[in-house]
Design a protein around this ligand. Structure first.
Ligand SMILES: Cc1cc2nc3c(=O)[nH]c(=O)nc-3n(C[C@H](O)[C@H](O)[C@H](O)COP(=O)(O)OP(=O)(O)OC[C@H]3O[C@@H](n4cnc5c(N)ncnc54)[C@H](O)[C@@H]3O)c2cc1C
Length: 449
């Protein structure tokens, strides 16, 4: 496709993670030319699993039905037929998993929810296959972004190259440089990610080894909970492997860089002293590396001029709801559709403005809720304490709001808002707040009325 056949402008995407690649897939489907600049030398998925809820699956289906079909080929759910609609079973970390204390497990589930997870590598391979070769340029670390003229952004790379683009989307992750460019002059306190008072350990093992240590508990997604501690585990890789994430609450500040910290195996074991022996046995497959969880609970805007934020650079979230990447996929759907509507370069700003109005309230609410749910899962939520029934009931109210969000309605709202802004530029500053599902957002008043 040449540029002339598609949009009259091109998009530069910084970062080839889930967010950046999804945006490229969505844009290419709408004939909007784009280039993805990635600092790494190749695609590199962290060795871990990822769960996608119905909202994320709907987003990828709307972006490209082939994307959804390919994901369906690699996904895996729970093995037990009676747990197909369950996100997690909640158990206790203590010896006996709480069953001897009369707790027989809580179910976070919904009849319309279908559990689905995959290995991140499998997801990235699918996304890579949907993007023409050459679209992603590796070894391209962006070190500076400047918008000197109203219509062009200058991108400066570490290797000395300088290119111009009509719009830049920072999909460069939680520590990405684009966040600083967008926020520093107006909201400097919101540039750095905030510590979520949690560190995790991660591991993957074969289903066979996991079952030797914990039996059929390994076959379905579960979250074992205790005071300030937790252990989440679920099948990936078509059920041949198991993904483990163990959570430790840390009331202190994270000392030093926002980076992983190696510890001895003894230090790691000391974090799990009160756990059931079957979970402790699985520590054989967990790396003695503490991974601090940071997030972006407040992001007052997702753009400055023609530079905008998407995915974790905009709204990195703690993983208690397994919803962070899903929000990046929703962003990619809305932004790609909006940019697909642009017919003259001076309409780009309207697309960005509508993207911000529609996506920011929803994504930021998910970040805030994930923090809250994380505290509940640590028995630290003031409303629930260690009452597993209340914790389960609360999760069963919150999660469906994420899973069954009406993306089709957001797409319609995005299109209508964009058309109104382009037709009536005077209403650009004239925004009102309307209710969208469980969140609120601002759209041009001519649409809201
Ligand atoms: C433990 C854990 C479990 C999770 N589980 C789930 C889950 O089950 N479901 C879910 O939906 N979400 C989950 N998440 C969240 C999810 O992992 C993230 O939301 C998602 O991976 C973010 O993708 P991204 O593309 O925005 O950022 P990233 O994956 O961080 O990608 C950013 C990319 O930008 C590149 N880059 C950075 N700086 C530059 C630069 N200057 N120049 C060029 N390139 C650059 C990086 O190399 C990288 O490739 C989890 C998160 C954690 C921590």
């Amino acid at each position: 496709m040449t540029q002339a056949e598609g949009a009259p402008f091109s998009v530069a995407i910084i970062g080839a993670g889930i967010g950046g690649l999804a945006l490229a897939i969505g844009l290419l489907k709408k004939n909007v030319p784009c280039t993805v600049y990635e600092s790494a030398s190749k695609f590199d998925a962290v060795g871990a699993g990822i769960g996608l809820g119905p909202n994320a699956l709907r987003a990828i289906e709307l972006m490209d039905p082939k994307f959804r079909a390919m994901y369906d080929e690699v996904k895996v759910g729970n093995k037990s037929p009676d747990r197909v609609h369950e996100q997690i079973e909640i158990l206790g970390i203590q010896e006996g998993f709480g069953i001897t204390d009369d707790w027989h497990g809580g179910s976070v589930s919904h009849p319309a929810f279908e559990r689905s997870s995959a290995h991140r590598k499998a997801l990235l391979e699918i996304m890579e296959s949907l993007i023409p070769p050459g679209t992603v340029q590796f070894n391209k670390r962006v070190i500076r972004l400047e918008q000197k003229s109203p219509q062009k952004v200058t991108i400066v790379f570490q290797d000395g190259e300088v290119v111009q683009s009509d719009i830049v989307v920072g999909c460069d992750g939680i520590k990405g440089m684009s966040r600083k460019v967008v926020l520093e002059s107006r909201y400097p306190e919101e540039v750095p990610a905030k510590y979520n008072n949690t560190y995790i350990y991660r591991g993957i093992t074969s289903m066979e080894e996991a079952k030797k240590r914990i039996g059929t508990y390994a076959e379905d997604a579960r979250w074992w909970m205790g005071k300030g501690k937790g252990w989440a585990m679920y099948p990936i890789s078509k059920g041949t492997e198991v993904n483990i994430v163990a959570f430790i609450h840390d009331p202190d500040e994270w000392v030093g860089e926002q980076a992983t910290k190696e510890v001895t195996r003894e230090e790691m074991f000391s974090d799990f002293a009160e756990f059931d022996h079957r979970l402790k046995a699985l520590l054989d497959f967990v790396k003695p590396v503490r991974w601090p969880l940071f997030h972006h609970p407040n992001t007052p805007t997702y753009y400055k001029g023609r530079i905008c934020l998407m995915g974790d650079s905009a709204h990195a979230s703690s993983p208690a709801q397994a919803a962070g990447a899903g929000q990046g996929l929703e962003d990619a759907l809305i932004l790609s559709r909006l940019l697909g509507l642009v017919r003259r370069t001076n309409e780009v700003e309207s697309a960005i403005q509508v993207y911000d109005a529609i996506r920011r309230p929803r994504a930021q609410a998910v970040v805030q809720e994930s923090r809250d749910v994380g505290m509940a899962y640590f028995f630290l939520h003031p409303d629930f304490g260690d009452d597993l029934k209340k914790i389960t009931a609360d999760a069963n109210v919150r999660l469906p709001k994420i899973w069954f969000y009406d993306l089709d309605r957001d797409l319609k709202l995005a299109e209508d808002s964009f058309n109104a802004l382009v037709r009536y530029p005077a209403c650009k500053d004239d925004v009102v707040t309307v209710s969208i599902a469980e969140t609120t957002t601002s759209v041009p008043s001519r649409i809201a009325t």
